[in-house]
Structure formats: structure tokens, C-alpha cells
Design a binder for this molecule. Structure first.
Ligand SMILES: [Ca+2]
Length: 89
């Protein structure tokens, strides 16, 4: 299964939220503009700096991103996320 795990601190620390479905608003999980590290499993995910899959976006291949520079983004910006393909359908 494709999934993304978001963390509020670098090096996979702090608040942790795991997702297997698209999320158009990370404030639903109390993690809006707080993501500092990410782990991706099983398929590419796209992370966006604004709600509703808008704003600057970054496509992350499966792997570990211990700090925002690892995906080329900025700290505390991510506001929505979804799989690059709807692999769960
Ligand atoms: Ca944002």
C-alpha cells in the first residue's frame, strides 16, 4: 500500500501522522504548515504548500526525507498531500 508519514520535527520526530488517502487540508490533523520531515512508502506522493492540492508542489519518491531540504522544499509549508497516482483504487 502507498502511504506517507508526516512529522512535525526533523529526523522523524515530533507529531506523527500517517496517511494512505489524499488529504486536502492538513489542519484536519493539526499539522498544517508544520511538516519538517517525511517518509514515503510504496509509491510516489505529491505534497503541496496550499490547501486543496494548490501552490508549490513536490513529488516525493518512496524514501526517507529527514529534513525539508531533502525534498527541495521549505520548513513548515506543507498544507495538502495526495498520491501521485490513485494506487488505492
Ligand atoms: Ca502552507
Amino acid at each position: 500500500m502507498s502511504k506517507i508519514i508526516l512529522y512535525s520535527d526533523t529526523d522523524f520526530a515530533g507529531k506523527r501522522v500517517e496517511m494512505t488517502l489524499p488529504c486536502d487540508r492538513l489542519d484536519q490533523y493539526g499539522l498544517n504548515d508544520q511538516v519538517s520531515s517525511i517518509v514515503v512508502h510504496g509509491g510516489d506522493w505529491v505534497v503541496y504548500e496550499d490547501f486543496n492540492y494548490k501552490g508549490k508542489s513536490y513529488t516525493l519518491k518512496p524514501g526517507r526525507y529527514p529534513i525539508w531540504t531533502a525534498w527541495g522544499g521549505a520548513n513548515d509549508k506543507i498544507s495538502s498531500v495526495k498520491p501521485a497516482k490513485n494506487m488505492y483504487l
